[in-house]
Design a protein around this ligand. Structure first.
Ligand code: 2AM
Ligand code: CA
Length: 271
């Protein structure tokens, strides 16, 4: 079986296990703050995925939101970047609108991406160079748009923050309108499907975006941090994804004039 087919089967089976575990009462704990939640299902799903990978591919390495591989110092070999439940607050409060996200990298280069909308039973997947799919259906190349005629994804929590807020407010004001779905992986997929023209956020971890980004790139989407630099899978990043036109427009008109604030934001990731 190819690595791609193995990963596809694994993410579908992990989702199946999530749906079964959801029938029991959740055990919910807080992490960095009272709104940063983790459940027994997040942990069990990451462990299931980790065990399956290392059993079949002992030489592969895994970075996962719930604790695996956070000490990764280099990206040589095959690295799986795993978010067992992306959109944990949706998982807890809504019991839907969350995803399992997996990005597979070879020597630091993207190889394949998977975002599984567990409750809709829809798998978005892509192998680099071979196009992106929603289950068995190919996704089309996304069209270019301008901000004033576009829906963009942005979480309102960021728009009220003192430093980044004013920058985001200008973008929000000039967009046709904004949406917030609560799962970075699914928001990136919305861009890949052309439902959102862009998604912007000041802080994501690699497991939040790795899977979605590989799918997005296959349909012509563009991604960078808010300074226009490439995203990397070994640290937190600010993230701007979009069709190529709106990505350039947001970078040049709204973000470049605020470079000093954005450099300050990135400095804080390292602390
Ligand atoms: P999570 O649900 O896996 O924790 C919500 O807007 C999206 O951003 C979710 O994908 C969430 O991932 C992610 N997210 C929320 N707060 C974050 C933070 N402080 N750092 C990184 N990712 C965050
Ligand atoms: Ca996440």
């Amino acid at each position: 079986m190819s690595l791609y087919d193995f990963a596809k089967g694994l993410v579908l089976e992990a989702g199946n296990k999530v749906r079964i575990m959801m029938k029991e009462e959740l055990n919910i704990e807080t992490k960095s703050n009272p709104n940063d939640l983790v459940t027994n299902v997040d942990k069990a799903t990451e462990n299931y995925i980790y065990d399956a990978i290392t059993h079949s591919y002992p030489e592969h390495r895994v970075i996962g939101e719930e604790g695996h591989g956070h000490d990764l110092t280099h990206v040589e070999g095959v690295v799986w970047v795993v978010d067992p439940i992306d959109g944990t607050l949706n998982f807890v409060h809504q019991k839907e609108n969350f995803a399992i996200s997996i990005g597979i990298y070879r020597n630091g280069k993207p190889y394949a991406g998977f975002v599984y909308d567990v409750m809709k039973d829809v798998l978005y997947h892509a192998k680099v160079g071979e196009g992106a799919f929603e289950n068995k259906h190919p996704l089309s190349t996304i069209e270019s748009t301008t901000l004033k005629k576009s829906l963009i994804g942005i979480n309102p929590n960021w728009v009220t923050k003192p430093k980044m807020g004013p920058i985001f407010q200008d973008i929000v004001n000039d967009a046709r309108s904004c949406r917030a779905y609560g799962s970075a992986a699914l928001e990136i997929i919305s861009v890949a499907k052309g439902q959102l023209a862009a998604y912007i956020t000041p802080r994501l971890q690699p497991w939040d975006f790795a899977g979605g980004l590989i799918v997005l790139n296959e349909v012509g989407g563009v991604a960078s941090n808010l300074l226009g630099e490439p995203l990397n899978i070994s640290s937190a990043n600010s993230v701007l994804v979009g069709n190529s036109n709106i990505h350039k427009e947001i970078l040049e008109i709204y973000l470049a004039p605020n470079t000093a604030t954005l450099i300050d934001l990135h400095q804080r990731f390292k602390k």
